[in-house]
Design a protein around this ligand. Structure first.
Ligand SMILES: *[C@@H]1O[C@H](CO)[C@@H](O)[C@H](O)[C@H]1NC(C)=O
Ligand SMILES: *[C@@H]1O[C@H](CO)[C@@H](O)[C@H](O)[C@H]1NC(C)=O
Ligand SMILES: *[C@@H]1O[C@H](CO)[C@@H](O)[C@H](O)[C@H]1NC(C)=O
Ligand SMILES: *[C@@H]1O[C@H](CO)[C@@H](O)[C@H](O)[C@H]1NC(C)=O
Ligand SMILES: *[C@@H]1O[C@H](CO)[C@@H](O)[C@H](O)[C@H]1NC(C)=O
Ligand SMILES: *[C@@H]1O[C@H](CO)[C@@H](O)[C@H](O)[C@H]1NC(C)=O
Length: 834
């Protein structure tokens, strides 16, 4: 038997090897988003509920005991004074007495906020665990709190539980938990003229569901069968039908007919049209299933038949979070609901398709022309055998498969929480679906669908706190995304084209909202009326279209720096994107990593590291960022190497008062050895599992070079573009006379310490290459970023931090690595190298 953890490692490796884990092309951190972001904080914004009314030009936001009316052009502006709708004190006391928290639960959290008719909004709140609903008069933006409706079955008691609700023709279709303890799930219709209908309280109907969404599809329009409109519900629940994994959680789609009136004797005041099916999102060839549905977005088109659903799923494999996006068509869902039913076979003691004759009219069907021809015009007239069958067979045998049979997108180390999709036109009039995906730590992923997969255009850090993005709303008219999280609300434009500085960058972005304007040499929103002046290639991102006339390669300034023999030099190189690879040239000749042991490109630092420079290292170093054959000149260094009088001092230095450093060096050496052994072990174990795995594992080398934490020692040597003599005594000594010797890491073959700032850091950590970081990352998480068996002296040269911030970021990274190291457990002194 393969141990379970090993199985997970193998899975993750396979995801990597087959290219399933996608990287966003660009990563834009919070500070980089600041120019385009507008935000709004209410101070008490947990569980935001948003409704955008494009016609009225208002964004309604329900928070804790308050409802706001914001200006969607600038969410910082409140159009009307907010409605305060508090649960009364006696309710709150009652709620606390029943054991709920007076700090987080016993409030009125607005969970439903929907347009009801032209003059009113309908809203429901948890009302300190006693849900209530009310109408909001739009012309005055007021709520009549003396006229509250019972909210049971419409709104959850507990603000943190999943629920769904949608107003259709004056009726509320809701999916929630019906009682205080949250044990009785229900999908019901209430409010308005229709009679109230509910689901049967049977485990075969709903079994511990978590509702995530609902959608109204107007299937009666132009329907040759005379079919009815339907309301679809999406949720996860514990499956009864898989005996071997009893209680396995699966994702579902369920539907009811709008015209359902319930049964006359059987299924009285219950749905006669409730059917459900499994919603599958998996990678079949890897047998990987994403079972935890998080959110669904309905992409509407001119005709309901072309309606598509985009859904985000999570899965946990081992301790690694993996998320996926799957796409479904309404027609595939219909086919499953028109197929065979599932039932429990008593003899075989397992679930299988129902194969006997099905009663007529077909159970679970809406009232169609076929029914009407047989004199059945309402569900009240359905015969008992049809209704009894419907009651006992709510589950379909087939599962709903995603379009293309596989996910559009898979990301590792990220939790997708919500999704919104906008269909837009490219420059040539082609249609593109742009996906906006919120994550569990406050980021937005933006992707464009290209056939059966997506291109991840970018990831943006919308919130400074790593809070989950709960809701996303799109303003099509104004091209804005609104994102809600517990820390507030953020408004972003669909695209910020100005961040693409060159034609090639603009084209490689593959952002349908952006195009390169050759006249003004700028990346601009593609909907501007410039016609022939715009270049865009979302499909192929062929940068050769740029070369026609404008390929203004901006030559980077040369940074001159001169160092003493034996110094270790780090030359940073900022890549244009996460998908780019660095190419370094030395005196015009391309450097390859195998070439030279004393030089290596460090992925984590994005820098060329030259250990112990010799005279032969002097010359010109250029870094190019290469993406799909397009080369961006990135950095240019002129390195001079001179013999240094301070060399003798240097070699003596470690003995002088650097005992602590030595201790660390020794400790790190031991850790490195341990890592090495662990990797050897792991590799032997995995040899069969991996296809190209073992080769890549050998290449997995990420060695951070570290600076000590004392601020004075991280001081950079100044002045760009000027000859700088680093052997000048003042460059080697600090004012207090101490030597500038910086402990760090030296090489340690065949193990890896690849890691990245976690927590509020980049989700899914875009490390461009090599592909196999994850196993060690995961298994050896206790000693992340710490593999080392020595130290090097480090000198950072050339004032790099002037216009662009690579050195600043480098320093940040270095400091972070150091902090990691300081928290390392002590190990036995082992060995070291200088
Ligand atoms: C909540 O209740 C505790 C005691 O049960 C009390 O000390 C605290 O002040 C209350 N907090 C609020 C916000 O009412
Ligand atoms: C909208 O619904 C409210 C609440 O039921 C009702 O009072 C109002 O008359 C309705 N308005 C219209 C235009 O139907
Ligand atoms: C994703 O969510 C799960 C469960 O909520 C959590 O345990 C995990 O740490 C999250 N992963 C990330 C990368 O945020
Ligand atoms: C090109 O840009 C210039 C100004 O930069 C403007 O005067 C000119 O009209 C533009 N040409 C076209 C065809 O738009
Ligand atoms: C590689 O290193 C050797 C010495 O180890 C040196 O002679 C050679 O010039 C180096 N190659 C490059 C491209 O720097
Ligand atoms: C850098 O050095 C080169 C020659 O070594 C010289 O031509 C160039 O002007 C220097 N650049 C600056 C900015 O000093």
């Amino acid at each position: 038997m393969i141990p379970r953890w090993l199985w997970f490692v193998a899975l993750l490796l396979r995801i990597e090897v087959r290219g399933w884990n996608q990287l966003p092309r660009k990563t834009v951190r919070y500070s980089g988003v600041s120019e385009i972001r507008q935000s709004w904080h209410s101070g008490i914004s947990h569980y935001l509920t948003m409704t955008l009314d494009e016609n009225r030009g208002a964004l309604y936001v329900g928070a804790r005991e308050v409802i706001y009316m914001l200006d969607p052009n600038n969410i910082g502006k409140e159009l009307r004074p907010p409605i305060v709708w508090e649960a009364p004190n006696e309710r709150k006391i009652e709620c606390v007495n029943k054991g709920r928290s007076n700090r987080t639960e016993c409030f009125n959290y607005i969970r439903i906020l929907q347009e009801f008719n032209d003059t009113h909004l309908f809203t429901c709140g948890t009302y300190a665990f006693q849900p209530k609903c009310a109408y909001i008069e739009l012309s005055t933006f007021t709520l009549d709190s003396n006229n509250l409706e019972d909210g049971r079955g419409k709104c959850p008691y507990d603000p943190s539980t999943g629920h769904a609700g949608i107003v259709v023709d004056g009726a509320l279709y809701s999916a929630t938990l019906l009682n205080f303890l949250g044990t009785e799930p229900v999908i019901q219709r209430s409010v308005g003229q229709h009679n109230t209908l509910k689901t049967e309280y049977l485990a075969t109907w709903l079994n511990g569901p978590n509702f995530v969404g609902s959608s109204h599809i107007t299937e009666s329009v132009g329907n040759e069968l005379g079919d009815d409109d339907k309301i679809y519900f999406f949720f996860t629940e514990r499956a009864l039908e898989y005996d071997c994994y009893s209680e396995q959680v699966v994702s579902r789609v369920a539907r009811v007919c709008k015209g359902d009136a319930g049964g006359a004797r059987t299924l009285q005041r219950k749905w006669t049209s409730f059917l459900k099916a499994r919603l599958v999102c998996s990678i079949p060839e890897l047998q990987l299933h994403f079972n935890l549905l998080q959110a669904v977005y309905t992409l509407r088109t001119n005709h309901w038949r072309d309606t598509q659903f985009y859904a985000v799923f999570q899965a946990l494999w081992g301790d690694v979070s993996v998320s996926a996006v799957c796409q479904y068509s309404i027609q595939d869902i219909q086919k499953v609901f028109d197929g065979s039913y599932k039932e429990y076979h008593e003899q075989a003691k397992k679930w299988g398709p129902y194969s006997d004759s099905v009663p007529s009219p077909r159970p679970g069907s809406c009232i169609t022309d076929v029914h009407r021809r047989h004199g059945v015009t309402s569900s009240l007239e359905l015969p008992d055998n049809t209704l009894n069958f419907a009651k006992t067979h709510p589950l379909m045998d087939d599962s709903v498969q995603p379009i293309h049979g596989r996910p559009l997108l898979v990301r590792k180390g990220v939790n997708f929480t919500t999704i919104a999709v906008h269909r837009t036109e490219g420059l040539q009039g082609e249609l593109y679906d742009v996906l906006f995906i919120g994550t569990g730590n406050g980021w937005l992923n933006k992707a464009v669908r290209l056939g059966s997969s997506v291109h991840l255009i970018e990831e943006l850090q919308m919130f400074d706190k790593p809070n989950p993005v709960h809701s996303l709303v799109l303003s099509r008219r104004m091209s804005f995304v609104f994102a809600g999280s517990p820390s507030g609300l953020v408004q972003l434009p669909f695209a910020d084209c100005s961040k693409y500085r060159s034609c090639a960058d603009c084209v490689l972005a593959r952002d349908p909202f952006c195009a390169w304007n050759v006249n003004i040499s700028r990346c601009v929103p593609s909907d501007e009326q410039y016609g022939d002046l715009l270049l865009q290639d979302v499909q192929a991102s062929d940068t050769s279209i740029c070369e026609v006339q404008y390929n203004k390669a901006v030559k980077p300034l040369s940074r001159n720096l001169t160092v003493a023999i034996g110094t270790n030099v780090v030359l940073p190189c900022e890549l244009t994107s996460n998908l780019a690879q660095p190419v370094w040239t030395f005196n015009g000749r391309e450097l390859s990593q195998e070439d030279n042991n004393s030089m290596l490109y460090d992925i984590t630092l994005q820098a060329l590291v030259i250990l112990g420079v010799g005279v032969h290292h002097s010359g010109t170093y250029c870094c190019f960022s290469v993406e799909q054959g397009a080369r961006f000149a990135s950095e240019r260094y002129q390195l001079g190497v001179v013999a240094s009088p301070s060399l003798t001092l240097e070699s003596r230095a470690p003995m002088d008062g650097l005992g602590l450093v030595w201790m660390m060096v020794i400790a790190l050496g031991a850790v490195c050895l341990a890592l090495f052994l662990a990797v050897l072990y792991l590799r032997r174990k995995l040899q069969d599992e991996m296809e190209k795995g073992s080769k890549s594992l050998e290449n997995t080398l990420v060695y951070p070079i570290q600076l000590p934490s004392q601020p004075k020692m991280t001081k950079c040597l100044p002045s760009a573009d000027s000859d700088e003599k680093l052997w000048d005594p003042s460059s080697f000594y600090y004012s207090d006379g101490s030597l500038k010797i910086v402990p760090g890491h030296a090489l340690c073959q065949n193990s890896t310490g690849s890691s990245s700032p976690s927590g509020n850091g980049i989700p899914g950590q875009p490390l461009p290459s090599p592909p196999l970081h994850s196993p060690n990352h995961m298994l050896l998480s206790g000693v992340r970023g710490s593999s080392s068996n020595g130290y090097i002296r480090l000198t950072l040269g050339g004032g790099v931090g002037e216009e662009r911030p690579p050195l600043g970021e480098l320093n940040e990274e270095l400091r972070w690595k150091l902090k990691q190291r300081q928290t390392l457990p002590d190990s036995n002194p082992e060995e070291s190298s200088v």
